[in-house]
Design a binder for this molecule. Structure first.
Ligand SMILES: *[C@@H]1O[C@H](CO)[C@@H](O)[C@H](O)[C@H]1NC(C)=O
Length: 370
């Protein structure tokens, strides 16, 4: 009886309170893996640019950096575990990267932007960080000890007490949008390996969720794989501790609205959210998902690509984070999807991000956004 009255009341209100979920707005954001290495003026440029584009989320990594990246000057900082696997020994970690991000998240918050904290990367593992040196890219995901020591790393990050706010990161709902264990876990191993080791992702998500200790104001997400199908594993959709699945996609087939919608429906059926956490438009005339060098696309063609693909992703109801917005002009080094603030494609990306903010989304992220 009570239930049916509520339903009637709902109809009577004529969609005002009842359509909130379906009227949830989308949003856009960006990635900058080396954000902790930005000098103050670049940080201001980046965050001001993101704010003017209406971008709401910036995804950052914790890997140490010592040299300039993508034409951005770097204030060097070491890895969180610079010399050995710390396994929870507090004075073994070097918290410089966390302290840098303490300042960064204050500036971001003042511009309506929250951070995704990606707590490790496959890239660092493969490049031979403390875990990679000892366990390589296979045993790291397979043996008990590295998983235990890695969980201790996740706990260390989440319990880092913010330098000025005086609270651990795991309580900073106004500053942190989501935690993820690792950027693109296992990707160098191929899709079959990822399918065979899906449990690794859920085990790490359990660690993060347990550490949140009932705080549901920060999302637990996956950190993506190489493309859509690889990113959305059945074991991720059925993992109780995961709130959202991160999709990374660079092949243009994965940007088709109808292709994305099949994954949206699977996620909705599983009670999970989806986020296009990494996508980009190649600067060269190569296939979009193979962008190391080549002839340069005309500005108008690239801008058309950015506009078309962003609007297709938005039309499927997915929020998206571009890979990557730079505080400086893009020098076009290496895999080149970047757009510098002020570059010829910046205005196009800005408009696409603003359009996302006023579009409907398939998933309601409202309570997680500033
Ligand atoms: C952390 O790294 C910084 C920069 O390399 C260094 O100056 C500092 O002494 C290190 N701190 C600890 C506790 O090892």
């Amino acid at each position: 009886m009570f239930f049916s009255q509520k339903l009637l009341g709902c109809v009577g209100l004529l969609t005002l309170s009842c359509s909130v979920a379906s009227a949830a707005h989308s949003f856009a954001g960006s990635n900058l893996y080396y954000a902790a290495g930005l000098y103050a003026s670049d940080r201001t440029t980046l965050l001001d640019g993101m704010q003017s584009a209406g971008m709401k989320v910036l995804r950052v990594w914790l890997d140490g950096q010592s040299t300039s990246q993508k034409g951005t000057n770097i204030d060097p900082f070491p890895d969180l575990e610079p010399t050995q696997i710390c396994n929870g020994a507090a004075n073994c970690y070097n918290d410089t990267v966390l302290q840098r991000l303490d300042d960064f998240m204050i500036d971001a918050n003042s511009r309506g932007i929250k951070l995704i904290i990606s707590m490790h990367s496959f890239n660092a593992l493969q490049a031979g960080d403390v875990y990679g040196r000892e366990y390589g890219t296979g045993y790291f995901y397979e043996q008990a000890y590295p998983q235990q020591a890695f969980d201790a790393r996740l706990q260390h990050v989440m319990n880092h007490v913010h330098t000025t706010l005086g609270k651990p990161w795991k309580q900073l709902n106004d500053y942190i949008f989501a935690f993820e264990a690792e950027n693109e876990a296992m990707i160098g191993k191929g899709q079959q390996y990822i399918e065979d080791h899906q449990q690794w992702q859920c085990d790490r998500a359990n660690t993060i969720k347990n550490e949140l200790a009932g705080n549901t104001g920060i999302l637990v997400i996956t950190g993506g794989e190489s493309w859509m199908d690889e990113s959305v594993q059945p074991g991720f959709l059925s993992c109780a501790s995961l709130d959202a699945i991160s999709i990374h996609a660079y092949g243009t087939g994965d940007y088709a609205t109808s292709a994305i919608q099949t994954y949206v429906q699977r996620a909705q059926a599983a009670g999970k959210k989806l986020l296009m956490e990494e996508w980009g438009a190649c600067y060269f005339t190569t296939e979009n998902n193979n962008c190391p060098s080549g002839s340069v696309l005309s500005t108008s063609t690239r801008n058309q690509n950015i506009q078309t693909w962003a609007s297709q992703i938005t039309a499927a109801g997915l929020p998206w984070l571009y890979w990557q917005v730079l505080p400086n002009a893009d020098p076009h080094y290496g895999q080149d999807y970047e757009i510098g603030i002020g570059d010829a494609s910046w205005g196009t990306l800005e408009s696409a991000a603003q359009a996302a903010l006023s579009a409907n989304a398939a998933f309601d992220f409202t309570e997680y956004l500033l």
